[in-house]
Design a protein around this ligand. Structure first.
Ligand code: SF4
Ligand code: FES
Length: 252
């Protein structure tokens, strides 16, 4: 891989606040190292803006290791950019070429209002979790692991669903702005484990109701969510959520 520095031409969504109109602003970012991550390229642009006395671009980030779910921007129409199974913080500039043009936008969904520039309010996802994405357990000494056997396949599947980092890319990718993959991942993770059994029925009903209350659209099987997910959460989680919901409603 060449270490030659690149110039990347970007158009970035700038918006002062939730109630002000936004616009795309063009910048030429010089000195982009191919080893930089996408967010480090934005850091470089911000340093250049600050040096010129301009306001830096706001964007969410924290771990920069693909595990916290804080980062998230739409790059040329694709949430988290073009690399499959990769969060924006793990996307590296070696996948781009000198002179490339990128349009960088925030997540677009009515339930995710823009706070500023590329930062959106994703607390709707927290409220879905608060509605039921937990298990109520007594505190105290941990149970002996062998006292609660979990079938290997179920534990593997639960672990895969637990990998959801709550970034919201699935919602940004969906033409209906549906939160079905996120909610399905959380419901499936707990429905597959014995620890999730006591609240299994009430959990799915409450989480689905909260998802609707937040203004997310319904799933119509486009599959864009699975394609955009940096953790490659399987769309089968939506089917599990649907079955869990029907069983809960029928048995109530
Ligand atoms: S399902 Fe994937 S895209 Fe959606 S919030 Fe979880 S990790 Fe992000
Ligand atoms: S900054 Fe944590 S997942 Fe990207």
């Amino acid at each position: 891989m060449s270490d030659k520095l690149m110039t990347i031409n970007v158009k970035v969504w700038r918006q002062e606040g939730p109630n002000t109109p936004g616009r795309l602003v063009a910048y030429a970012i010089e000195g982009v190292n191919p080893h930089m991550s996408f967010l480090e390229m934005l850091d470089l642009l911000n340093e250049q803006l600050i040096t010129r006395g301009e306001l830096p671009i706001e964007f969410d980030n924290d771990c920069r290791e693909g595990i916290c779910g804080s980062c998230g921007v739409v790059v040329n129409g694709t949430p988290h950019g073009p690399q499959k199974g990769t969060a924006a913080c793990q996307l590296h500039m070696r996948h781009y070429h000198d002179g490339d043009s990128l349009v960088i936008e925030p997540w677009r969904a009515a339930a995710f209002p823009v706070i500023r520039d590329l930062v959106v309010d994703r607390t709707a996802l927290d409220r879905i979790i608060a509605a039921g994405g937990y298990v109520s357990v007594n505190t105290g000494a941990p149970q002996d692991a062998n006292a609660l056997p979990v079938e290997k396949q179920k534990s593997d599947d639960a672990f895969d669903f637990a990998a959801c980092i709550g970034c919201g890319a699935c919602i940004a990718a969906c033409p209906n702005a549906s939160a079905a993959l996120f909610t399905g991942a959380k419901v499936s993770h707990l429905a597959l484990l014995p620890q999730g059994e006591p609240e299994r029925r009430i959990r799915v009903v409450r989480m689905v109701e909260q998802m609707e209350k937040e203004g997310f659209g319904d799933c119509s099987n486009h599959g864009e969510c699975e394609a955009a997910c940096p953790k490659q959460i399987s769309i089968s989680g939506i089917a599990i959520m649907r079955r869990e919901y029907v069983k809960a409603v029928v048995s109530s």
